[in-house]
Every structure is written in C-alpha cells, then in structure tokens.
Design a protein around this ligand. Sequence first.
Ligand SMILES: [Zn+2]
Length: 439
Amino acid sequence: MKSCDLLIRNGRVMPMVEPGQVLEGASVAVVGQRIQAVGPEAEQYRSQNVIDATGRAVLPGLVNAHCHAPMTLFRGLANDRALMDWLQNYIFPAEAAEVDQELVRWGSRLACLEMIQAGITTVADMYYFESTVAEEFAAAGLRGVLGQALVDFPVPDARSFEEGVANVRAFARDWKGHHLITPAVAPHAPYTVSEAHLRESRRLADELELPLMTHLAETRTETEQTARDHQGLSPTAYLESIGFFGPRTLAAHVVWADEADIARLARAGVGVAHCPHSNMKLASGVAPVLALLRAGVAVGLGTDGPASNNDLDPWQELQTAIFLQKVTALDPTALPAGQALQMATSLGARAVSLGHEVGTLEAGKRADLIIVSLDGAHQLPVYDLASTLAYTTRASDVRTVVIDGRVVMEERQVVSVHLEGLLDRVADYADRIRKRVLH
Ligand SMILES: [Zn+2]
C-alpha cells in the first residue's frame, strides 16, 4: 500500500472527463495539493485522513465563471429595474459612496462562505480593490481568477483609468504565482471603457501575462449603442476589430451574439460565462448557449454579482440554464444534464483559463472536489446520477468541499472562513446603504 494525505473512499465518482462516466464505489487519493489517483489506481492508497463517501457523489468542485463577490452587501437592493436604471441610479451611486477596502473585505467574506457552502471551488471575479478580494479568497482557501476592474470614470479605488492600471500592476506584482489566486485584468465593458483603453487593457494583459475578462453583449441597448458608436459593429465584432481577443480571454453574458459573432469567439478561443439568472432578472435575453457549445466555445456558468441574481447558487444556475435552453429552442433534448454539468465543471474551468489545473478529477490536477449527498427526499430515487445532480440537487446537499487538497467544509461546517463579527458587520453595512440609497 502507498500512503496519501487524503483519501476519499467508496463514492459515486464522476470525473467529468468522459461524458456521463460514473465510477461506482471508487476512491480519490490526494497528495499535497494534487490528485494522485482516481478509481482503481486509488485503491492502492491508504491514509490517516479518510473521508467515507458511501452513497454520495464525488465530483470536481463547481466553477463560478462570473461573479462580483463583494456585492453580496448590495444583495436585494433595488430589484425590478432595467439594467441601466439599476446601475446608474442605484448601484454606481451606492458603490461610489460606500465601497472601500473594508466593505470589499466583509462582502467578499460573506460571498466566500456562501460559495463554499454551495460547492463552488473556483470563481472568476471582477471588482474594485480586488487585492482585498484576493486576501479573503486566499484566507478562505477558495480559488480565484480575480480581475481588477478598469473603467473610464472615477471609481472607489481609482480616480482615473491610469490609476486603475497602476492598481492592476500592483495586484499582479503581489499575487502572481499564488497557488490559489490568478490575478486578471478586467475592463468592465465596451460601453464603460473607451477603445483606446480597451486596447491598453489587452496590452497590459499580454505584458503581465494575465487573463483578460470583460462583460460583453449583455443587453440589446449595448448592442444598439455599439452599432451607433462603431460603424454598425456588434459588440463582439467591435472587440475583435480592435484586437481585444487573445489568449486567456473571458467574456461574461454574450446574450446578443449572432452566428458570425459566435464564430469570432470560437476562432479566438474566448471563454464565455453564461449567467442565466442575471440575464433573466435584468431581462437581458437568452444567451445562444447551444450554438456557442456547438461552435466549440468553452461556456461556463456564472452567478454574476449577488445584486443581480440574488444568490451565489450554482445549482440553481445549472437547472435554469437547462430549462432556458430547452424552452427557447422548443426542444426537450437540448442541453442535457451531463452537458450542463460539464458547463459547471470542466467547461467552466476552461472558460476561466484553468482547464489544465481544475475542472475534472484526474491524476495530476489540483485536488478541488466536492462530496454531495444523494439521500434527500427531493432527490430520491436516483435513476441517473447526472440527472439527479443537475435537476434536483441543492446547494445544501453539498456536504464536504476540498480545495487544493485542503478540506474547507466538512459535513456542512465551513472551517476556513473567519466568521467572527461577520453577521454584525453585514447588518451595519445594510443600515448604512439603506439610508443612503433608499432614503
Ligand atoms: Zn457582471
């Protein structure tokens, strides 16, 4: 027998390498931060740390491909409004008045707790003070591709675009190479960042060798405005025309994309974060997920920020994504459970440029995995594991979460997030924001 640091035994293991593959009664052996063996090969290992996964599913940790973690503190603020009204009259003013490093810290901590409880192990995030988000993610043991936001107008952590660039450089200097954190460049959107600054963002990402992420083609308004401002181009065609696309690029939403746009994204290898709840709540439209997948685009699932969702629950996104594609295509065979689970794991990992490290359970990959109970009344009986996971499983069914070989939640107890004072601070912020924004 060989020894390992952590052994998960006798689970219903879904490695997410082959579609639909389930290894029954299988083990996963972890050494240090990485998976050493999966399935029959893992049976040769013993460990001081054994987790019995009998009757439970073991799968790769879920990837949240688009989030604004600190916005938990704006959750439920000004619902039922149009995107531009919501942004310009509520969210941007609240952010301008209230967002500082402390708010980002507490909001991120709340988000880390919620996401770990839901079985999310990797998050692509973008916000201000992203180095503080990074501190919270690292402390919580949560993996992040974290984008320092860039916009043209003054924001809480930068009076100008140039100051934002300086923030990106400092962020990259401090965090590049961290085992959990990948710093990224995050120009907010083609309608809040000028052409020159979008070009500069690309150059910065190339120079610092960082991923590049943005919001793209979210609403019809954005599409119309881009056409007016840029010779009739769609948002996707516009970004392609200025050389914005390149290695390790992630676009959130991509609701308003036609076949030509989809071909552009596929050609450039751009990953897409599909955010069905956000798109539905803000009435942005239905992203062409089936066509994107057919074209070979890596499409992951994102919650978007908690202000436009209103939660960070990947299981609900998974279910909604499936239903939304079926009803839009008027095709009940569209986006089957197994493919949707890939979006939440392996495809999501590829979308956020971490496909080589996470997203599947394979020897050599980072040990990011979740153990999910299958005995809830809402889950029984289990005829097909992928269907049970995709259609009926809830965040509260996630029992144990391992990230980078570290058990961060064990039997629903999150052990990595510092909870002291958290609820009081959240209540304090809510009082302040309520007074300022809602009068
Ligand atoms: Zn967003």
